[in-house]
Design a binder for this molecule. Sequence first.
Ligand SMILES: O=C(O)CCC(=O)C(=O)O
Ligand SMILES: [Fe+2]
Length: 340
Amino acid sequence: MTAMNVPCISLRDFDDRRLEITSELMKASSQAGFFTIKDHGIPLEQIRAAFALSESFFALPDHIKAKTSHNGKNMGWEKNAQIRPSTGTADLKESMVLQFARMEGMWPCEDDLPGFRQQAEAFMFAMQRLSIKIMECFADALGLPADTFTEATVDPGVGDSQTACRLLHYYDLGGKTYDPDQWRCGAHADFSLLGLLFQRPGEFGLEVCPGREVVGDHGLGNVWIPIEAKEGHIVCNIGDQLMRWSDDRLKSTFHRVRLPRPDEKQGPRYSIAFFNQARSNTIIQGPDRKYPPITGQDFILNAMRRDKLGNAKDVKAASLNSNIATESGVPPARLVPVVG
Ligand SMILES: O=C(O)CCC(=O)C(=O)O
Ligand SMILES: [Fe+2]
């Protein structure tokens, strides 16, 4: 495989430099499938505030977080419950998935976390606005009307959005030992259209494996490129929905988050991912019709089943099962997969 890098693309003077930026975005996305952006207009304070909000949620006791347990529809809290097909073990993490629509009963209540919903939604809308700029460039370059992916992902007020913001907390691993087949986040390709990911400086471990040929292909190469966590930079990646919609021109590539090595800092890692997703009834199909049409809803249901997060009851049981890895406990050599 030829060496591929993950370029950093500046969005400075976006309107004037749109053509140049589009060409950089297309080059990165048709090769590594990952790029980072800077000069994107999101203030550092807003990013730091989002991380503080995330920390305040994860600091709640499990029985409070379990009030908004994962509902099997890509919303809610899970802990040690996501089993990646590539590893067969649960990711050593907890996460909280938030959406714009159908979130009744899924927001932490005001008594437990005052202001959480309001702050989280404000951040999510800012991420959506930024995503639209990037998605318009992709639509242009693919010969589609510029608003194709905006229409496809942004709910016009009918409540069919499937876009998701995922807060992630990977535990402090100090003093614990782990099996080599355990991962903070096992290798996977995202099922979204376009992902935006925030990392904090010093909280390393994200690696990308470029080179996927077709959207259904789960074969992995074995060259893993680390993506440094730089404050203020946003990591962006093509997901399976856009790979399919581009008839495989844009690459949704595998990535993972490795555990720190014994000689590295063992502290926790927090990250925030914003996944632009096709709305439930949006039809995903590329200009060359390489693949049959599929709705956004079916696309995500299939993906949730693959990742064993489609069964709310089992996810809840796994999240509350104290026999598997927690901040305070040494995990067993192997985790028992959640049946889903
Ligand atoms: O936490 C990270 O850096 C990556 C998370 C990720 O890839 C995901 O949740 O899909
Ligand atoms: Fe991912």
